[in-house]
Design a protein around this ligand. Sequence first.
Ligand SMILES: NC(=O)C1=CN([C@@H]2O[C@H](COP(=O)(O)OP(=O)(O)OC[C@H]3O[C@@H](n4cnc5c(N)ncnc54)[C@H](O)[C@@H]3O)[C@@H](O)[C@H]2O)[C@H](O)CC1
Ligand SMILES: [K+]
Length: 471
Amino acid sequence: MSRLDARAVAGGTSQTSLIERAARSCVRVIRGRYTRRPAAVLCGPGNNGADGWAIARLLRAADWPVTVYTLTPQKDLTGAAGQVAKGSGLTAEPLRAFRPEAAGLVIDALFGAGLSRPLVGDARGALDSLAEAAVPVVAIDLPSGVDGATGSVLGTAARAEVTVTFHAPKPGHLLSPGLGLRGELVVTDIGLPQDAEPDAHWNGPCLWTLPVPERDTHKYARGAVLVFGGPRIAGGAARLSAHGAARIGAGAVTVASPEEALDIYAAHLDAIMVKPVTDAASAKRLIEASKAKALVIGPGAGRTDATRSHVLAALETRVPIVVDADALTVFEDDPDTLMQALHEKAVLTPHIGEFGRVFPDIQGDKLSMTAAAAARAGTTVLLKGADTVISTPSRVPVINTSGTPWLATAGAGDVLTGAIAGLMAQGLGAHDAACAGAYLHGLAGQRGGRGVTADDLPGLLREAGRAVATR
Ligand SMILES: NC(=O)C1=CN([C@@H]2O[C@H](COP(=O)(O)OP(=O)(O)OC[C@H]3O[C@@H](n4cnc5c(N)ncnc54)[C@H](O)[C@@H]3O)[C@@H](O)[C@H]2O)[C@H](O)CC1
Ligand SMILES: [K+]
């Protein structure tokens, strides 16, 4: 039984009445989405299976043709599943007799939050055949086989059209491959206590507030951002970051360019300023002169000694900073130096490859990996993907799923980096800026849809910000 269920039960709500409420909400969702048709309800030995038995009883009462398939022989069921099965008045078939093609809808109630080992035997056989079939599946709490804590698949799992869960999403609904298997996620309230701290939050505007400029503001008060640019050949990445910062509302954005690339940057940028930078001392002078409230370093920076020394110089100023791409990779042979230089106003934005270079020994599921990295870095780490995870020491981690596969396009990450810096420059802390930036960036990608490119994203970020902001 989960921590939350145990507390609800201890608080006086019986397990069977929680199951009854859960089943009623599932049946509401099922009947709201599917017309009456032959339903196969696959039931496991635990409370997920108990939900299944209660759903079967309610569907039968609504005159649906229902067949229950049970993994454990009905006479051997114990606990809530045994009790609910007994009270249902239904007789089950063994799970091995299940044939998906005979059903018009399959209710997957084999395992939920209590899955503890890989599926084998009849459960595996049933889910393998279901995964191959074309019949719609409604998963109860989780697609059986998906680990609710990590989103990984233990053995096998069948893709659901809809997953109905209770109280709040679990990490397994938000992290790949669970994210791709659960279909539409419906979260229903069954009266569990509200105060328990979740394992992770699902990113959205209720977690942060976008900054709004004061009436009598000026461009530097709106937030100045300094983006370190790379050599002539790779300037696009820093420009995309600069546009990302500007389009999320920073008031003044400057690109710090190597002398040899100044003309190229100047020719490509209008609203963004360009200033020369040479060595670490000039980098520090420029940070001060540009009144930067946030810095970006890494996109297109080059894996060079100059990048490394600019990162360390920038971190020494303790101005909020996003450290990305080459600025991470350049520490591949000596990650400790980066770890020691980092401060709590930094955000690291690695993809999984860059993550492996700076945290080579950290492995496991994405939520634990990101938490371990944040603890070591002592600051916010945002690990990118379809399921971006943002972790900050002593904060509940946040999972962002607002993106789209169309965002897997060259340069999209550079815009995200700039967006986060743009929000920090406007006053958001590292954690909130990373969360809000990731959310808006995903929304921008959704708005762009098929064929969106990184060049489109800054403009779309502006639209996404306007859609989310209250003023
Ligand atoms: N608030 C809520 O979230 C509520 C959830 N409900 C439902 O209860 C389940 C969780 O029930 P639980 O009994 O803890 O776990 P499961 O039913 O998922 O399974 C446990 C059961 O299965 C055995 N087992 C685990 N892994 C395997 C395996 N690979 N092969 C075979 N057997 C396995 C384990 O030993 C146990 O016997 C939650 O998901 C919701 O659906 C409540 O209905 C209401 C409140
Ligand atoms: K299930």
